[in-house]
Design a protein. Structure first.
Length: 179
């Protein structure tokens, strides 16, 4: 009987190890948060921790995706961290930042809808057209943790969004505070 139970347990352990090795926790220590990224697809830029005007920027690039017409598209995720006042409300913070990033909002993402687990956050899904006329899908998550305001911007061309949306949803779902 023990032999019959061993095989399913072994399969489960191997599956967990294989899946967990593909994803790594990306720690944004300044903001006290982390999220998961698929290491086989996403890489953090080597020249990291750009410091600009009281902010720290983390940049992540995905391996290129070839479009139907043969073009290479590189989706990206940018995380901007800055100090905010303890009293700043997430709605005020997101409004202050969103006004500087014009795009057509199609959906509001809140913790009560299930995708976004982090409570002191709000997000927006939308689209914009770049300078070359290409339409992009964009997701921006705004959150506050330990007097740090965070903007997480996820960008991909509209043509590829529906097929690769799950990768961004996995990132959003995995955002948590750390001690």
């Amino acid at each position: 009987m023990l032999k019959n139970q061993f095989k399913p347990i072994l399969c489960f352990v191997i599956t967990v190890l294989l899946c967990s090795s593909l994803f790594s926790q990306q720690i944004i220590k300044e903001a006290g948060i982390r999220f998961n990224l698929n290491d086989s697809l996403w890489k953090r830029n080597a020249n990291q921790n750009d410091h600009i005007q009281n902010a720290i920027i983390y940049r992540y690039k995905r391996t290129p995706i070839e479009t139907s017409d043969g073009k290479q598209v590189i989706p990206n995720i940018t995380v901007v961290v800055e100090t905010v006042k303890d009293s700043l409300d997430i709605m005020v913070f997101s409004a202050m930042k969103k006004i500087k990033t014009p795009f057509d909002v199609e959906e509001v993402i809140t913790p009560d809808k299930g995708l976004l687990q982090y409570q002191n956050a709000i997000g927006y899904r939308g689209e914009y057209t770049d300078r070359t006329g290409i339409r992009h899908s964009i997701i921006i998550i705004y959150l506050i943790n330990k007097n740090k305001g965070v903007q997480m911007v996820m960008d991909i061309t509209r043509e590829l969004y529906d097929e690769y949306r799950g990768e961004f949803d996995d990132v959003i779902r995995s955002i948590v505070a750390i001690n």
